[in-house]
Design a binder for this molecule. Structure first.
Ligand SMILES: [Zn+2]
Length: 289
């Protein structure tokens, strides 16, 4: 029941419930049944179009705050891996984009509707291409599974902000509301997903990797590196661990799903990109607080 409204992947819902014009029906349901139907309708309240608009505005806000790696070799490489993964991802056709935050700390995050960010620290710590692809695949899976829309909907309803909901649904204040929602994502307030969503992003991310031809063990290996890094330099993984469950449990769950699948692990380009990053000025540290 939890995410029964995912667009394009729930066979049980009749097509008429997927259109924008059905918003009023869905809102009526929410008004009539209150919290009792929030789980059943969690995802469907925020349309794909709304989600993309919120993500577009959040992306502009993140861009204004975060230093980016602008080196064309590094950017082109990360984007090419992202595009190949997206071609193997399900879900709505989001306008995915891939940006690199010039931060030393190891982290990655996705905004609603397509913008994916990976920190330079996460590329630095990766030992091969499959590990980096694993990080990106996990974030793409959050987008494809519409976790942000689900979270936004739950938070909106739980807080009883019906005016806000109305605006998200296309009422008079829609643009302003989209900006407010974008700000919540841009400032990391909505970037902590539930444990179930994280497990799903690991599972779906591994499947996306497999379909795209990479060894899904790359994601497992990246989590193991994080675990080791926790002991060596805890501050470098602090941000990641504040928004993700502990790597230990994730490794075990993932291993049981992946089985013996194998695929591409590395490329000369990955090693070239690592050398290029070494030549660039050192990354920034994330601002604290
Ligand atoms: Zn995640």
């Amino acid at each position: 029941m939890r995410d029964c409204g995912g667009i394009g992947r729930r066979k049980s819902l009749p097509p008429r419930l997927h259109g924008r014009d059905s918003h009023m029906k869905r809102m009526t349901c929410v008004l009539a049944f209150g919290l009792s139907c929030t789980t059943a309708f969690a995802v469907s309240i925020v349309s794909v179009r709304d989600e993309i608009e919120i993500g577009r505005q959040a992306q502009a806000q993140v861009r204004a705050q975060v230093p980016e790696v602008n080196d064309s070799l590094v950017r082109g490489y990360v984007a090419s891996i992202g595009r190949r993964l997206v071609a193997s991802a399900g879900g709505p056709r989001y306008p995915y984009s891939f940006s690199i935050a010039d931060y030393k700390e190891i982290n990655a995050f996705a905004l609603p509707g397509g913008p994916v960010w990976v920190h330079r620290g996460a590329i630095d710590i990766s030992q091969n291409e499959a590990q980096l692809a694993g990080v990106l695949a996990h974030e793409i899976a959050h987008v494809a599974q519409r976790h942000a829309a689900e979270q936004l909907t739950k938070a909106t309803i739980a807080n009883g902000v019906l005016g806000f909901l109305d605006a998200v649904l296309g009422g008079g204040g829609g643009a302003r509301t989209a900006r407010v929602a974008a700000g919540l994502f841009a400032n990391g307030l909505f970037l902590k997903y539930s444990r179930d969503d994280e497990s799903e992003a690991d599972r779906v991310g591994a499947e996306i990797m497999r379909r795209a031809g990479w060894d899904p063990q790359g994601l497992v290996a990246f989590l193991q590196i994080l675990r080791a890094q926790q002991g060596r330099d805890p501050s470098s993984v602090e941000v990641f661990l504040s928004s993700h469950p502990s790597p230990a449990g994730r490794v075990e769950r993932l291993q049981s799903v992946i089985g013996s699948a194998r695929g591409r692990r590395d490329s000369d380009r990955f090693q070239e990109v690592q050398r290029r990053l070494d030549q660039l000025p050192p990354p920034h540290r994330m601002p604290r607080g």
